[in-house]
Design a protein around this ligand. Structure first.
Ligand SMILES: NC(=O)c1ccc[n+]([C@@H]2O[C@H](COP(=O)([O-])OP(=O)(O)OC[C@H]3O[C@@H](n4cnc5c(N)ncnc54)[C@H](O)[C@@H]3O)[C@@H](O)[C@H]2O)c1
Ligand SMILES: O=C[C@H](O)CS(=O)(=O)O
Length: 479
């Protein structure tokens, strides 16, 4: 039975608008067309930006209590519509319905925290008299909204990563334009509906859907865009930075996260965490487990238990609550993953399990003895493939973990506090999880990476601060 194709409108300056043309959004599981979405023109993006800029410049700022009310209402509406948000994520994206429900719960939390942090946004007094000659000066710095934020978001967490842009931007008093991934725009549009229903004044939020590069370019380069907040691949991030010029950028980019498993690790905990971390969201996860380095003494047992756990995973229909792994976002990406696995095998890697593609589905795959030059070792696979290689000791594991141009998250399993602190000191990453895999995050914590994994930190409070300008105020009193 085919479902009716819904025609969506995009939000431009408070007006829901059809485009001059549209593009289709399909279900990656069976390529069924789910919806048509406006394909915005460059002119429509420019219009959204100009409306947002006029709104920010001409209107009185939304008072903090009103921002708190709106954000709180949005989270209430998301709670009310929890299942329909989940159904949209699981239809347009590649997450299972269970994974989608978890994402909705996190996105609700992200918006609620944005409301809480709006209340806590503050400046600080400055003791100018710490400097001789400034005895008669008193003052402080205060945080002011930047103006219009341009946000570009990826396909894999189509709701929560949009919430991580819009929630903080509104909490800080900005206006924001969102350009969501063309594969998964419906979640962003539904979130926008919640903001409109909650009473966000027109002009503060636009969601401009477009497949063309010129739409993104206009958002990145327009002088009224005071900050570009990008989440996506490292290649796109670098291209955006070059185009943005001298404006603030936040870059949440890719990674190929390592996990170290030492001799004294809890084997069951390590296997469970690495299996979940490698294969949830069909491996399309920026902090997913991609490279596991296991001490030689534990290596055979780890491999046996990891293969056993992987074979037990259920690959199938996203909407079936028993399913562990759904399809990748499209068949093209699954073919790419298949080619990377073939390259590694040609270079001498061993296939322990998996290695099969059917349409957009790729079976959960474990490769061992992977040579250092293989793409699956050096680049971000962004698919359900994980490497497990033996190491002699922690030093070798750290050296191999750091030998890539990524540094988002890492994990280490050990009960030796000295070994843990050595890894904390020496691993070049934005976050290291002790006795967890790299795939651990709460939406309140600072989140981001080193090297090619990004610039700056998200996490609600940290995004709010990044989306403000500090202004110093100093009074020179009479002597
Ligand atoms: N660090 C994080 O927080 C985080 C979170 C999720 C995903 N990611 C990364 O995102 C990638 C997967 O998502 P994706 O495939 O949607 O990424 P992508 O880079 O292909 O696209 C991300 C977004 O950027 C847009 N885009 C792409 N190239 C652009 C350009 N040159 N100029 C302007 N906009 C451009 C896309 O339309 C999309 O909206 C992975 O690398 C993953 O690691 C990182
Ligand atoms: O894909 C990257 C995500 O930001 C990781 S998480 O879903 O936010 O944990």
């Amino acid at each position: 039975m085919t479902t009716k194709v819904k025609s969506y409108k995009m939000l431009i300056g408070g007006e829901w608008r059809e485009g001059l043309s549209s593009f289709e959004v399909s279900n990656p599981q069976d390529n069924e067309v789910l919806a048509t979405v406006p394909s915005a023109t460059k002119e429509e993006m420019m219009e959204a930006i100009e409306i947002a800029d006029r709104t920010f410049q001409m209107r009185d700022p939304i008072p903090t209590h009103e921002r708190i009310r709106i954000l709180s209402k949005v989270s209430d509406y998301m709670e009310r519509d929890h299942e329909s948000f989940a159904a949209i994520i699981a239809s347009e994206g590649s997450k299972t319905i269970t994974e989608a429900r978890s994402e909705v719960s996190r996105a609700i939390q992200t918006i609620r925290i944005s409301a809480e942090e709006a209340r806590r946004l503050k400046g600080e007094t400055i003791n100018f008299d710490q400097n001789p000659g400034s005895e008669q000066r008193v003052g402080y710095y205060q945080r002011f909204p930047m103006g219009v934020v341009g946000a570009i978001t990826p396909f894999n967490d189509p709701l929560n990563l949009v919430a991580h842009k819009v929630g903080p931007a509104i909490a800080a008093g900005n206006a924001i334009i969102v350009k969501p991934a063309s594969a998964t725009p419906l979640s962003a549009l539904k979130l926008a509906e919640a903001f409109v229903e909650a009473g966000l004044p027109d002009g503060y939020l636009s969601v401009v859907t477009g497949a063309g590069r010129e739409v993104g370019d206009a958002l990145v380069t327009h002088p009224a865009i005071k900050m570009v907040s990008f989440t996506g691949g490292s290649n796109a991030g670098e291209a955006i930075i070059k185009k943005a010029g001298t404006k603030k950028v936040s870059m949440e980019l890719g990674s190929n996260s390592p996990v170290i498993v030492l001799d004294d690790a809890d084997l069951s905990k390590a296997v469970h965490a690495c299996c979940s971390g490698a294969f949830s969201a069909a491996g399309q996860n920026c902090i997913g487990v991609q490279r596991v380095f296991v001490s030689r003494a534990l290596y055979p047992d780890f491999i046996d238990r990891f293969v056993e756990a992987t074979v037990a995973l259920r690959v199938g229909d996203k909407m079936d609550e028993r399913t562990d792994i759904g399809p990748m976002i499209n068949e093209k990406e699954a073919v790419r993953v298949s080619e990377w696995v073939e390259e590694a095998l040609t270079m001498g890697a061993q296939l322990e399990v998996g290695g099969r593609r059917e349409g957009a589905y790729y079976s959960p795959t474990i490769l061992t003895q992977v040579p250092s030059g293989a793409k699956v070792m050096m680049e971000e696979i962004f698919g359900p493939v994980v490497i497990v290689n033996p190491v002699a000791d922690l030093d070798e594991a750290i050296e191999k973990s750091n030998a890539v141009n990524y540094g988002l998250h890492a994990g280490i399993f050990t009960n030796d506090i000295n070994q843990a602190f050595k890894a904390i000191r020496k691993m070049d990453v934005g976050g290291i999880m002790i006795n967890d895999s790299s795939d651990y995050r709460i939406d309140e914590m600072p989140f981001g990476g080193t090297k090619g994994s990004g610039i700056g930190r998200e996490g609600v409070r940290f995004s709010i601060e990044a989306m403000t300008e500090q202004k110093v105020v100093c009074f020179h009193l009479d002597d």
